[in-house]
Design a protein around this ligand. Structure first.
Ligand code: BGC
Ligand code: NOJ
Length: 471
């Protein structure tokens, strides 16, 4: 037997439905269609094939992790068991990151996505945080001001070029805020992305954070008295802010270097030299003001006080700045990267993965925002974010500790968690956004599977850094 389940919106005379049914009205037709479908996926997922001798690893890399990357590319963070639906739209930051796990699958669709995303950028390099996939317009409700956003466009575009060699994409004319009268080349969009950071530096020469960086819940200019207020959209106090992000600084060094390399390949030597000066200055600023002695500081708050420092009582160390500054190899020669990653091992590593910060926040800090409103051990308050664990894996490969990277990989990789499925709870073949951390009620319990940047980052870490196969 075969059962047919379908849907059509032209249901008055059932014409469409009948046509579809006719395509599958014998077992032979169904078998043939299924064979075609299998072939489609085998071909698509076969673009990257690993034969490692480790059955679990092969299963993740060859099938499930890639499949999840396809799903996140298609659905972004829209309606699901965990996310609130089209209100979120396509994230500027999220969609660029999703590309690193997808670009080798269907590069033409990645190309189109890059142009769509870039079309929502503002002429000064800032961007709408989200856009709606149908209208392709930026979301006014949430607006912009997330100062990490522009840099992700450099990651998305460069990943695409590395995979395809299609430098032609850089010549595409792309509007700003969907206004064709101010269209410029995609390359120029990357330049304004780069410049947006240097035009928004704080008192230590580090990037101002704006509403938040990758961590939606580190809202250093929000100052909300009302827990029902949307922390991300509110900025109650930003005049004269000193809130800077060391994470964005690390990102700037990495994607700034990629931008420089791109300029050199395009023969733009003056632009490369100009950019190099800014990247060098950022590296100096991180070493001077972003180093806490044993690890990298996370941020400076509105008043200019350190966050993620031994000076703090709670939130002494955060994963993001350790990940980005070690991926950027900042202070590698001076031993900073080794120290930083040793501190991660000592203070953030657990049986189930690396927690986001430690100690967890136990009370609300108005100057930190939403992060301190979550229960300890969950979400951005010391949960194990499977999205940023790969940053540490990659950092470990930068200092040559591949074995440690592999250990971290296995800790959160679903195929290796089958034996603890009763605790872990989500599908043993899909990455979750987070796993409850050591301070939680039930450490090891996972939440928010499927629609998360975790898919792309783990795929990127295992294929390009742990296995070391780079396009
Ligand atoms: C995300 C969380 C984030 C929250 C911010 C959710 O949809 O899953 O990671 O903390 O939005 O408001
Ligand atoms: C989920 C959001 O979609 C993403 O943009 C953000 O970086 C993470 N949460 C961490 O806060």
């Amino acid at each position: 037997h075969s059962f047919l389940v379908g849907y059509t919106w032209e249901n008055i005379n059932k014409k469409k439905a009948k046509e579809t049914i006719a395509k599958f009205d014998t077992v032979a037709k169904v078998d043939a269609a299924l064979a075609d479908l299998r072939k489609y996926w085998d071909t698509l997922l076969g673009n990257y094939t690993l034969d490692s001798g480790d059955e679990k690893l092969d299963r993740m890399v060859n099938i499930w992790n890639q499949y999840q990357c396809m799903v996140t590319f298609c659905f972004s963070r829209s309606a699901s068991f965990f996310e609130s639906g089209i209100g979120r739209g396509m994230g500027f930051r999220d969609s660029n990151q999703d590309l690193v796990g997808f670009v080798h699958q269907i590069p033409e669709r990645a190309r189109e996505r890059i142009i769509d995303i870039a079309s929502t950028q503002f002429p000064d390099g800032g961007c709408y945080h989200q856009y709606q996939p149908l209208t392709k317009r930026g979301n006014n409700d949430i607006g912009g001001g997330f100062n990490d956003d522009p840099l992700w466009l450099i990651l998305g575009t460069i990943s695409y070029i590395k995979e395809t060699g299609d430098f032609g994409i850089l010549q595409e004319q792309v509007p700003f805020d969907n206004d064709w009268s101010v269209a410029r080349s995609l390359f120029d969009h990357l330049s304004v992305s780069f410049d947006h950071v240097i035009k928004n530096l704080g008192p230590h020469g580090l990037p101002l954070i704006g509403r938040a960086d990758w961590n939606d819940c580190l809202n250093l200019n929000c100052f909300s008295n009302d827990p029902n207020e949307s922390f991300q959209t509110a900025e109650n106090k930003s005049e004269g802010t000193k809130a800077e992000s060391v994470m964005i600084a690390g990102m700037f060094v990495i994607y700034g270097q990629d931008y420089i390399e791109l300029c050199k390949r395009l023969g733009k030597t003056e632009e490369a030299a100009r950019a190099q000066k800014h990247v060098d200055a950022m590296t100096v600023a991180v070493k001077k003001y972003g180093w806490d002695g044993e690890w990298f500081v996370r941020a400076y708050d509105y008043y200019g006080n350190k966050i993620g420092s031994r000076e703090n009582e709670e939130g002494k160390i955060f994963i993001e700045s350790q990940g980005w500054c070690t991926m950027a190899a900042i202070g590698k020669e001076e031993g900073m990267c080794h120290k930083s990653l040793d501190a991660v091992k000592e203070r953030l590593d657990t049986k189930y993965g690396i927690v986001l910060n430690n100690p967890a926040f136990t009370k609300y800090y108005i100057e930190y925002g939403e992060i301190s409103s979550y229960p300890p051990g969950y979400k951005e308050n010391a949960g194990i974010f499977c999205h940023n664990n790969p940053w540490i894996m990659i950092g470990e490969t930068v200092i040559g500790r591949g074995e440690q990277a592999w250990e971290y990989y296995k800790k959160i990789c679903p195929a290796y968690l089958e034996d603890i499925s009763d605790l872990h709870k989500t599908e043993p073949y899909v990455y979750s956004q987070m796993v409850a951390g050591k301070d939680a009620f039930k450490p090891g319990e996972a939440k928010n599977s499927w629609l998360t940047g975790t898919a792309a980052w783990n795929y990127y870490a295992i294929t390009q850094f742990i296995l070391g196969i780079k396009p």
